[in-house]
Design a protein around this ligand. Structure first.
Ligand SMILES: COc1ccc2nc(C(=O)O)sc2c1
Length: 239
C-alpha cells in the first residue's frame, strides 16, 4: 500500500516514522510519501490561498497547486483504484468499516486542507478521475486535515494483512465484526487486587463460558449506555 500526503505542513507526517506504521514501512508493507503543496506554486511567496468568491471570512486554497500536484503524484489518467481522501468537517463520519474497506487499497492519497478549505473544483476534478472520500473524524473542527489524515492512516494500516502480529486481537476490538459492532468490554490484568479494586471474579474463574457471557453482557451494557445509536444498527446484534 502506497500512502501519499499533500499538505502545507508535510512535517506532520514525520511522526509516522516512529510509529508502528513506520515499522510497516520498513517491512515494505506500506510506502509513505509526504509532499509540500507549496512545491507546486510558482510565485515568490509560494501562495496557496486566495479570498473566497462570494465574500466571507478567511481564505480558500487555490485549485492550481492541487491540480499540478495531482498530475505529478498520481498522474493524468483516471484510475478508480486510487483512493483520494479529503478530511473535512463537512465529510461523512469515518467509521471502522470504512477503515476496513480502505485497508485493501493499493493507493491512498490524503489531501489535507487548511484555511477555510479547498476550492471545491479540486474535489470535483478528483471525483472525475479517482475514488474520492470526503470524511470527518467527528462532530468537531480541527485546524486542518493533517491530524485527521494521521488518525485515518492508523485506523487503516493496522488492518492491512501482515501488520498486526496477532490478527486475532482485531476480532475483539470495539466496532469489529467479531464484537457484533459493539463497544469492547472492560479489560483487566494482574495484580488481581490493586488499591482496593479487584478484577471481577468471573475473569479469574477459568470458566470460559461464563467469561464469554460476562464480556458480552458488558459490551451490550456499555454500548447501550454510551452509543445507543449503535444498538439499532444491523451489525450490532442488539435491538
Ligand atoms: C481546512 O481543512 C480542515 C479544517 C478542519 C478539519 N476538521 C476535520 C475533522 O475531521 O474534524 S478535517 C478538517 C480539515
Amino acid at each position: 500500500m502506497r500512502l501519499d500526503y499533500l499538505s502545507i505542513f508535510p512535517a506532520y507526517f514525520d511522526v509516522l516514522d516512529i510509529s508502528l506504521v513506520g515499522k510497516a514501512a520498513i517491512n515494505g508493507l506500506v510506502e509513505i510519501h509526504a509532499h509540500d503543496l507549496r512545491d507546486w506554486t510558482h510565485d515568490r511567496h509560494r501562495t496557496v490561498d486566495d479570498t473566497p468568491c462570494g465574500g466571507g471570512a478567511g481564505m480558500v486554497m487555490k485549485p492550481d497547486p492541487w491540480g499540478e500536484a495531482f498530475d505529478e503524484i498520481i498522474g493524468t489518467e483516471s484510475d478508480p483504484s486510487v483512493h483520494v481522501i479529503f478530511p473535512a468537517p463537512s465529510g461523512t463520519p469515518f467509521t471502522q468499516s470504512a477503515a476496513a474497506e480502505l485497508s485493501s487499497a493499493q493507493r491512498i492519497v490524503f489531501c489535507c486542507g487548511r484555511y477555510e478549505g479547498i476550492d471545491h473544483r479540486v474535489i470535483d476534478y478528483a471525483r472525475s478521475m479517482w475514488t474520492v472520500h470526503e470524511v470527518s473524524l467527528g462532530d468537531y473542527v480541527l485546524n486542518g486535515g493533517e491530524v485527521a489524515a494521521l488518525a485515518i492512516t492508523e485506523a487503516v494500516v493496522r488492518l492491512v494483512p501482515g501488520f498486526m502480529g496477532n490478527p486475532e486481537s482485531l476480532a475483539e476490538e470495539s466496532f469489529s465484526a467479531g464484537q457484533d459492532g459493539l463497544l469492547e468490554y472492560p479489560l483487566f490484568t494482574r495484580p488481581v487486587s490493586w488499591r482496593g479494586l479487584d478484577v471481577p471474579e468471573v475473569l479469574m474463574s477459568g470458566h470460559h463460558g461464563r467469561i464469554a457471557s460476562w464480556r458480552r453482557d458488558e459490551s451490550v451494557r456499555l454500548t447501550r449506555e454510551r452509543r445507543p445509536d449503535l444498538t439499532d444498527s444491523d451489525s450490532s446484534g442488539i435491538h
